[in-house]
Design a protein around this ligand. Structure first.
Ligand code: NDP
Ligand code: 8X3
Length: 250
């Protein structure tokens, strides 16, 4: 049956691929991000290829008022089935004492507070219907802390903890909560992390085959396609060359 799926951070990487997977299986999409041109391009592609309905919603997840004015009480989202909280980023890879405080704040505001705002804004729709599925994108960075990962690791640990908390507190509303923790994946992630330094970003994926956005999207789509009574709580996935945050065989 056709579902309504909201994917944050769909202008690139995992989010774009996740939107493509759901559209390919006939679901209607709400795709969000800040880069409106990329979202509009994706919308045209999905409509032309799959004939589904696609709505572009442009907002910065850090801006609470914008998140709420776009999502809260939005009648189009009344019968939302699935929320994928994917928007996020790392900024910098610096030792704790040398890291930039503005980078820290942006990561906390995006990866933690943004995820909370978006979830709170659409939750009444799930509660009214007594069903819904929240799929949060964490990271192996939330499983083991690595050198120079400090605040990024803290935000992804928060995603793990908040996923557990949501699962417990929302149990009475029959809402499923899944968290997917991917390891190193070749997206725009490292270009953003290294502030546009493409050489440095590329070197992160040299010497092994990393995950690709489609690998993560397949897993998210799988978790969203299980029977009503089944919920995958947590998935940690890495490429074959990676064991965890610390061990990568190049
Ligand atoms: P990308 O940089 O390719 O995509 C990030 C997406 O998040 C973009 O669509 C971007 O949209 C959106 N985004 C970032 N900040 C904001 C914001 N303030 N408001 C709204 N949207 C925002 O990276 P990935 O696809 O790799 O990352 C997706 C998620 O996966 C992130 O949460 C990341 O932490 C996590 N992750 C990534 C891994 C990797 O190795 N790539 C591994 C594990 C987890 P726009 O710029 O248009 O706003
Ligand atoms: C992104 C993967 O290894 O850079 O979450 O932390 S890593």
């Amino acid at each position: 049956m056709k579902r309504k799926v909201l994917v944050t951070g769909a202008s690139s990487g995992f989010g774009k691929s996740i939107a493509q997977k759901f559209a390919a299986s006939g679901d209607d999409l709400f795709i969000t991000g800040r880069r409106v041109e990329l979202l509009n391009e994706l919308k045209e592609e999905l409509i032309a290829q799959y004939g589904v309905s696609v709505t572009v919603l442009v907002f910065d997840v850090q801006q609470k008022e914008d998140v709420f004015s776009t999502l809260f009480n939005n009648p189009d989202l009344n019968d939302l089935d699935i929320l994928v909280n994917n928007a996020g980023l790392a900024l910098g890879r610096d030792l704790f004492d040398e890291a930039d405080m503005d980078d820290w704040e942006t990561m906390i505001d995006t990866n933690v507070k943004g995820l909370l705002y978006v979830t709170k804004a659409v939750l009444p729709n799930f509660i009214k219907r007594g069903k819904g599925h929240i799929i949060n994108i964490g990271s192996t960075a939330g499983k083991e802390v690595y050198e120079r990962g400090n605040v990024y690791c803290a935000t992804k640990t928060s995603v793990e903890v908040l996923s557990q908390a949501m699962r417990i507190d929302l149990l009475r509303h029959k809402i499923k909560v899944t968290v997917v923790h991917p390891g190193a994946a070749d997206t725009e992630f490292s270009i953003v992390r290294f502030k546009g330094d493409e050489e440095k970003a590329k070197s992160v994926y040299d010497g092994y085959t990393p995950l690709y956005a489609d690998d993560v999207a397949d897993t998210v789509h799988y978790c969203a396609n299980l029977p009503e009574h089944v919920c995958i709580n947590s998935v940690v996935m890495t490429c074959t060359a990676q064991a965890n945050s610390m061990y990568l065989f190049k």
